[in-house]
Design a protein around this ligand. Sequence first.
Ligand code: NAD
Ligand code: ZN
Length: 367
Amino acid sequence: EPVKVEVGLGERAYDILIGPGLLGRAGAEIAARLPGARVAVVTDENVAAAQLPVLQAGLEAGGVSSTVITVPPGEKTKSFSHLETVVDGILAAKLERRDAVIAFGGGVVGDLTGFAAGIARRGMPFVQVPTSLLAQVDSSVGGKTGINSPRGKNLVGVFHQPKLVLADTEALDTLPVREFRAGYAEVAKYGLIDRPDFFAWLEKNWQAVFAGGAARIEAIAEACRAKADVVARDEFETGDRALLNLGHTFGHALEAAVQYDGARLVHGEGVAIGMALAHRFSTRMNLASPDDAARVEAHLKAVGLPWRMADVPGGLPDAEALLGFIAQDKKVSRGTLTFILTHGVGKSFVARDVPASEVLSFLKENH
Ligand code: NAD
Ligand code: ZN
């Protein structure tokens, strides 16, 4: 039986199911929640090649009829032009508001598809079937959907909650190890935000998580519980939910600095470096002990994640330019910088008035 985590959002509450073999049960699980729905499956070329037949068999077995919309893989797919492709595909399939859209892939497909489902016919039900570790522990839960603008990441989108999340842990077997590792950064993030026991558990058990089996399922479930908790407390990010951005202000700046070139840096890798920098910066601001920053860096290094700016291949623009990317990030309000900083492992908090001059000196020192 899969692990079940409920996202407690009143009449918009939904289940996250986690475990092996869920693609095969997709039709039954969807038909139970959306009786009579036809579906459009949105996926990318890699996921289509690796996993689509398994999902299609699962849909057929549950009597759910489907059409498929395929987009190219990669961050650049979160664009207006691919949004148009997906919306047009939904309309061309003549889906009605009682039908559903399935996001079948990583966070890129999930964010794009959720947005398309949120605006096609003024909002259609959608189901997240995440196939990357990052998507299973983070992006598929919580209803943030959207695309990137040339002016920055995730700047265009809507909140639109899925009706169901099906995280088939076997689907991760075809995920490239680099992508698994990148997703692991977001798993560790929950420990660093406010679950120090979970971080300590990961320090001991990360190899088992990478190997698969029970430890992997437990790590994904714990991450989903953490995400579901925060989302239920603050669905629209007016407060606590911002904690999930730990590592993301620096991380997004690094992603922008390499022009979202996944060959150099993928999202989770940017987050890994960003989390290490957030801890190191917190020690510079005398908020946390250097031992905590060293502990975070050591763990990221142990799992093979990048943890400092020098780990980004091909070099980075100078500190001033990086600050420029940070200032373009949406977590900036009226000239002051908002960062998630920390008092130590598992003690993160939202800091709203961080002086840009401190950030600039820090970037220069750690470049
Ligand atoms: P991704 O969607 O690009 O997937 C990573 C790569 O793995 C892609 O090449 C994909 O084709 C491939 N892939 C995925 N599943 C596979 C499988 N089972 N087998 C083989 N290949 C597979 O990237 P991601 O890391 O999943 O997601 C990153 C995106 O998520 C970013 O755009 C980020 O902004 C977004 N995100 C959103 C939220 C949110 O709350 N909405 C949260 C975190 C991240
Ligand atoms: Zn992230």
